[in-house]
Design a protein around this ligand. Structure first.
Ligand code: AMP
Ligand code: ZN
Length: 436
């Protein structure tokens, strides 16, 4: 059984009844502020005929209009800010590389709350002032670097603000300084781990004991791989720019889903088609309402992330509801020959097969009227030396497993070790040529 250190037990273990009362009080307040200060939202509420005083219980949340990423685009750069410019002390933005970013503005209180949420997140890896946290998320507009940095600082840990990239130097710092916690995307963590092994560095020369990995989808199989390669506890963390960045939800050492920081956000699951709230346990789209944010509050923000909530008690003692791993996105879901396909399903199959590296690319195309799916999969060095016959057997094995799990057959293309581009931030794993 894991021992659990809890950064802020008064908040993280608050009795549910007390938590709900706090949520309601904060919800009423934020709805009022949003209505008074953000013209777009006021218009939407007026159209729906809802007034701030209509929010009398948490159930009344369902009568509020949704917000979407498109609203942030339409109101770019600062149309959704709810306070005067001089109260905004920080801008961050989305991680996309094309077009205009999504911008988020933070007041001083917002930064304090975000730091607190991330202190709980890193604290859930049992981190204390004795820890050395190496932040290998990108710094800049992207929230990952600054978020982890502020959280670890609040916790009193020593921070190494490496940002992403320069893998050899990352590893050198780990060795020389004795990093205990690594914070980066899971795909970059795999890259760092593989490089450590390639360089022949013994794990005994490292002090790494945990990793807080997020910002992109990953799988249980990848968790096992990272834990084995690095001899660490690999924890999932979740967040998005529109809500605050990382720290919206975080896993404890039970590794049974991520606790949502419910004193700062209210989480709902909705049916993405009917937009009706679903009961806990059902699969649907995550929707978040920020209840403490001042700079850019978000009411019922549709994430397009597919997930399930779990309200059962957690052995760690935290009372916050947990969200399972993100199962895909309503917009990333590929429909191939009429079948709904999530890249995460394919990844979990690949990572479970011996001789296959966790690096792959899905190429979707259309020949005539038929969709085609090619899965480029990297093989490991030892398998690379196999005979053509053995490689064909491996291809067949992969295809059969994909067929049984995902429900469609694919053209499997084994590629040489190191031939799929490595990512230092969020990995890109799908090329859909049908849209071109
Ligand atoms: P951004 O605002 O650019 O940081 O992107 C936020 C998005 O990254 C979320 O809506 C999710 O789709 C994805 N994301 C963040 N953390 C995770 C995670 N732990 N697992 C899966 N997807 C994640
Ligand atoms: Zn827990």
């Amino acid at each position: 059984m894991a021992t659990h250190r809890i950064w802020n037990p008064a908040a993280e273990c608050m009795p549910r009844e007390q938590l709900r009362a706090l949520q309601l009080e904060r919800l009423k307040d934020v709805v009022r502020r949003e209505y008074d200060n953000v013209p777009l939202y006021r218009r939407r509420m007026d159209e729906k005929g809802v007034k701030p005083e209509d929010i009398r219980s948490l159930d009344d949340l369902q009568y509020l209009p949704f917000m979407q990423k498109t609203d942030l685009r339409d109101e770019y750069p600062t149309g959704l800010f709810a306070v005067p410019r001089r109260e905004i002390v920080r801008l961050q933005g989305s991680s996309g590389t094309t077009g205009k970013p999504i911008l988020a503005g933070y007041t001083r209180n917002d930064l304090d709350n975000w730091s607190e949420m991330m202190a709980r997140t890193i604290g859930a890896a049992n981190a204390t002032a004795d820890d050395i946290v190496q932040v290998a998320y990108g710094y800049g507009l992207f929230t990952g670097g600054m978020g982890a940095h502020q959280g670890a600082t609040k916790l009193g840990a020593m921070v190494i603000p490496m940002s992403s990239g320069n893998t050899a130097k990352q590893i050198m710092m780990m060795q020389d300084v004795g990093t205990t916690i690594l914070s980066c995307t899971p795909s970059y963590a795999i890259h760092i781990a593989e490089t450590i092994h390639e360089m022949g560095i013994p794990l005994s020369s490292l002090k790494l004991r945990a990793g807080t990995f997020g910002a992109e989808p990953w799988t249980e199989a990848m968790r096992k791989r990272l834990e084995t390669l690095l001899n660490i506890d690999a924890l999932d963390i979740y967040g998005l720019t529109e809500i605050c960045g990382p720290g919206v939800a975080y896993e404890c050492l039970e590794k049974q889903g991520m606790h949502v920081n419910e004193d700062h956000v209210i989480v709902e699951i909705i049916d993405p088609v009917t937009e009706k709230p679903l009961p806990y346990g059902e699969k649907g789209e995550l929707v978040f309402t920020t209840i403490t944010k001042e700079g850019m509050p978000m009411l019922r923000f549709r994430t397009h992330d597919l997930c399930q909530l779990d309200a059962s008690p957690c052995a760690c003692g935290r009372t916050f509801v947990r969200m399972k791993r993100i199962m895909g996105r309503t917009d990333d879901m590929l429909i191939i020959r009429g079948v709904n396909v999530f890249p995460s399903q394919i990844e979990s199959v690949l990572v479970s097969i011996h001789g296959v590296a966790p690096h792959y690319m899905l190429v979707v195309d259309r020949q005539g009227a038929t969709d085609t799916l090619e899965i480029q999969v990297e093989i490991t060095e030892d398998v690379f030396a196999d005979t053509v016959g053995q490689l064909e057997t491996l291809e067949k094995q992969i295809n059969e497993r994909i067929k049984s799990v995902v429900g469609i057959s694919a053209n499997i293309k084994l590629v040489a070790p190191k031939s799929i581009p490595r990512s230092e931030g969020k990995a890109k794993r799908v090329i859909d040529k049908r849209k071109l």
